[in-house]
Ligand binder design. Sequence first.
Ligand SMILES: [Zn+2]
Length: 290
Amino acid sequence: MKNLREYIKEADEKGIAIGHFNISNLEALHGIYQAAKNLNVPVIIGLSEGEEDFVGINEAVAMIKSIREKNNFPIFLNADHHYSFERVKDCIDAGFDAVIFDGANLSFEENIKKIKECVDYAHKITKETGRDILVEAELGFIGSGSNIKESIPEGISEETMTKIEDAKYFVEKTGIDLLAPSVGNIHGMVKTGNPRLNIERIKEIRKASGVPLVLHGGSGITDEDFTNAIKAGISIIHINTEIRIAYDEALKKSLNDNPNELAPYKILQPAVDAVKKVVEARLKLFNNIK
Ligand SMILES: [Zn+2]
């Protein structure tokens, strides 16, 4: 089986994107895996620090590995938005395929220093074990929280989008494998509609940085923007809020409709199906499957 780096390279060449979906539990994992398996496309499972604390770091690795190895299926594990070198290191040690160091709250120079530390550690482990570990970092402001927002968060504007010359410098200085830029995307979904993406900026950043790009905050973006963003150089797309909403609504309905049901696997099945449905639609779009 190809490794994650090879799948990303292939996506980049084919002009498609790999879907990245977050989980907090086994049900969501089942829904995502079933969708990816039906379409026969690679998929990335993400865990934020909070999601990882809930699932368990070793449990997460064991779940993904069991699917990958038993079924010979390209499913990969990413440490989504980790805020310290120590937590990134824990994930690399535990067996994650990729990590994201989030230094959005640090100064530009401090951010570079911390990312470099993560990259050096990943390279060291690759050298020792042969495991290919990808390091991603974010540049520019895209807000935080996979939730529903009343309005576009403060500080999101043309001004806070990733600058082309910064992207180039940032990648050169840190040696990261993947870059998550700010190109009009924001974390979470805005009630009045998410902003449009700056497709031209994506194209320019991809060219200047020389690395595949990751689009965070995919929930709420229009199909047209997604398609154009992928053509412009986005190789991975993150979706979290949309599957949280699907899970939440299906679970509430299930509990409401069946007040006497006690078996968790019966109560939770509609939530699995709801996640699967959302993920399947997104994967079709990202992988250009009609
Ligand atoms: Zn993100």
